[in-house]
Ligand binder design. Structure first.
Ligand SMILES: NC(=O)c1ccc[n+]([C@@H]2O[C@H](COP(=O)([O-])OP(=O)(O)OC[C@H]3O[C@@H](n4cnc5c(N)ncnc54)[C@H](O)[C@@H]3O)[C@@H](O)[C@H]2O)c1
Length: 273
């Protein structure tokens, strides 16, 4: 028995990146999939790909900042694909600027998509899943939900807010059968990071400080999201699962040495321990 057979899930930001990988993963495990994104071409391609593999699939070009569009799509999903079992709101954007130069619209655009739009999706699917008495949502947080990052005042604020949203919904809806969790990825090899992060920063800061020494692939984030959606995570609620290659496991790691903070010959050195 596939983990998601007979179940329907909504993925936003599904045209590419983590959203597309999550849709593929859930479909591969038997789910029916509803896809939403602003990108018509990307959606159509994925709809075709999943349809070719016999996955029941519905796709809609929509802006997650428009709550009435999400509500309408959720109603259509329930009517066409069957009752929703969960959602992964992946639509997100980044607009990096030093805080003192950040324009009003750089701030509001990121908060609107990454926080308000995710709330609209959670609320819309939550309303219907509460009537079913079960369901699961996985939000896509970030390592920037756990600390700050220069140039990312808007992004960090949105991702910290997302954790507050996740934990609050987990407490509101847990007793009524809905679990709400989040994954917090480090850098994932998607257009967002390839287009938005300078190579230097990627290589000399991000990868340098990541114990696994590489970016995540989108399917690795999808695997974690699938776990949290599944019955394997039946007692996991309100959690933020770091999927970060060990980045946040410790602060004092560095590819080019000095990881072992011991003086040679000291009683505490690895040699003598
Ligand atoms: N890539 C990373 O390194 C990384 C790390 C941590 C967290 N995340 C988060 O994961 C999520 C997905 O990121 P990704 O790397 O796959 O990004 P991506 O840019 O590859 O894909 C994002 C998708 O969201 C869609 N989208 C953007 N605004 C939308 C809107 N208003 N309505 C509908 N669709 C919209 C885009 O069209 C795009 O298809 C985001 O929330 C991002 O913040 C990404």
């Amino acid at each position: 028995m596939e983990r998601f057979e007979g179940r329907t899930y909504l993925i936003t930001g599904a045209a590419r990146g983590i959203g597309a990988a999550t849709a593929r993963r859930l479909a591969a495990e038997g789910a029916a999939i509803a896809l939403a994104d602003l990108d018509c071409k990307g959606l159509k391609d994925l709809q075709q790909e999943l349809g070719d593999r016999k996955t029941p699939v519905l796709a809609r070009v929509l802006d997650t900042r428009k709550s009435e569009h999400i509500e309408g799509f959720v109603a259509e999903i329930e009517h066409t694909l069957g009752p929703l079992w969960g959602a992964v709101p992946c639509a997100g954007i980044a607009r990096a600027q030093p805080a003192e130069f950040m324009r009003d619209d750089d701030w509001t655009a990121v908060i609107d998509v990454n926080l308000t739009g995710v709330f609209y999706v959670c609320r819309a699917v939550g309303r219907v899943m509460l009537t079913h008495g079960r369901g699961a949502i996985v939000n896509i947080a970030s390592i920037t939900s756990l600390g700050g990052q220069p140039g990312r005042a808007n992004y960090a604020a949105s991702k910290w807010g997302l954790v507050g949203l996740t934990k609050t919904l987990a407490t509101e809806w847990g007793r009524r059968g809905l679990r709400v969790n989040a994954v917090a990825p480090n850098g994932v090899d998607t257009p967002m990071i390839r287009d938005g992060i300078p190579e230097d920063f990627l290589n000399h800061v991000m990868l340098d400080r990541t114990p696994l020494g590489r970016l995540a692939q989108a399917h690795e984030i999808a695997a974690a999201a699938a776990f949290l959606l599944s019955d394997d995570a039946a007692y996991v609620n309100g959690a933020v699962l770091e999927v970060d290659g060990g980045l946040t496991a410790g602060f004092l790691t560095h590819r080019h040495g000095a990881d072992f903070a011991m003086k040679s010959g000291s009683a505490n050195s690895g040699e003598n321990a």
